[in-house]
Ligand binder design. Structure first.
Ligand SMILES: C[S@@+](CC[C@H](N)C(=O)[O-])C[C@H]1O[C@@H](n2cnc3c(N)ncnc32)[C@H](O)[C@@H]1O
Length: 243
């Protein structure tokens, strides 16, 4: 599957990048502003941008004073991000992260988890590389869209999405329940959930698309914080009794 994903994104990279620069509606007016609303105070923070694509978010975070490392699986995306974002961009798999424990203050993954087989394993690894109380921010296609796209909310097998009318991209659907429960079981405390609408200026700049997207939950964004594992009171009692 990884090979298929690399091929798909290598093929899509130049088009996606040029569309992003020309204000691809759902990213420019819905997803990116919502992500950035959670990433205001990033000066001097060590941030990992996973599945960075062409590096649009990385570049903005670097401009805001963050020390950004960005990772992508697609060599074409990495080549574009290196030139565009001018941050430390590495070719790597987000599921096999090459970092030491407690390295980052913030990890963000924009529109990545829909390409990962096992998000629980992924979240566990993220927890490890975050510093104590580190922040993890995820954006993903809203799981409810699977009802419209595939006529089945509970699909758990890989699907093929058709993006920008012709690019075939492998997608692994995850339900809302799976995402939230996986985060909680990996010692993340949910801080905020956003189901962003298009920002108001979209109505002026692109009224047609604004009408199309204003009534749907298109993305789901979750901010969570790394917390200490909860030790159940029964286990604590046992420990106290045996000491
Ligand atoms: C929809 S694009 C989003 C790109 C960027 N985050 C953005 O918002 O513009 C998803 C990106 O995730 C990358 N990707 C997919 N699977 C990955 C993996 N296992 N590790 C790292 N990157 C991955 C793809 O190559 C692609 O660039």
């Amino acid at each position: 599957m990884k090979r298929k994903i690399i091929k798909a994104y290598d093929n899509y990279a130049k088009y996606y990048y040029s569309k992003r620069l020309r204000k691809r509606f759902v990213n420019t007016y819905i997803e990116l502003p919502a992500m950035l609303s959670l990433l205001k105070n990033v000066k001097n923070k060590k941030i990992l941008d996973l599945g960075c694509g062409p590096g649009i978010l990385s570049k903005i975070l670097a401009k805001r004073g963050a020390k950004v490392t960005a990772i992508d699986l697609s060599p074409e995306m990495v080549a574009i991000a290196k030139k565009y974002a001018k941050v430390n961009v590495q070719l790597a798999d987000a599921e096999k992260l090459p970092f030491k424990s407690e390295t980052f203050d913030i990890v963000c993954s924009s529109l990545l988890i829909e390409h990962l087989e096992n998000i629980r394993m992924f979240f566990k690894k993220i927890n490890k590389i975050l510093k104590p109380s580190g922040i993890f921010i995820i954006s993903t296609a809203h799981p409810f869209r699977n009802i419209e796209k595939f006529n089945n909310y509970f699909l758990s097998k890989w699907q093929t999405g058709i993006w920008d009318k012709r690019y075939k991209i492998p997608i692994k659907p995850h339900t809302f329940e799976e995402i939230i429960n996986s985060l909680v079981s990996c010692n993340f405390a949910i801080q905020k959930i956003l189901e962003p609408k298009p920002i108001p200026k979209a109505a002026k700049e692109n009224p047609e698309e604004y009408e199309k997207y204003k009534n749907k939950p298109y993305f789901l964004i979750i901010e969570s914080e790394k917390v200490m594992p909860i030790i159940k009171t029964s286990v604590l009692r046992m420990r106290i009794n045996t000491n």
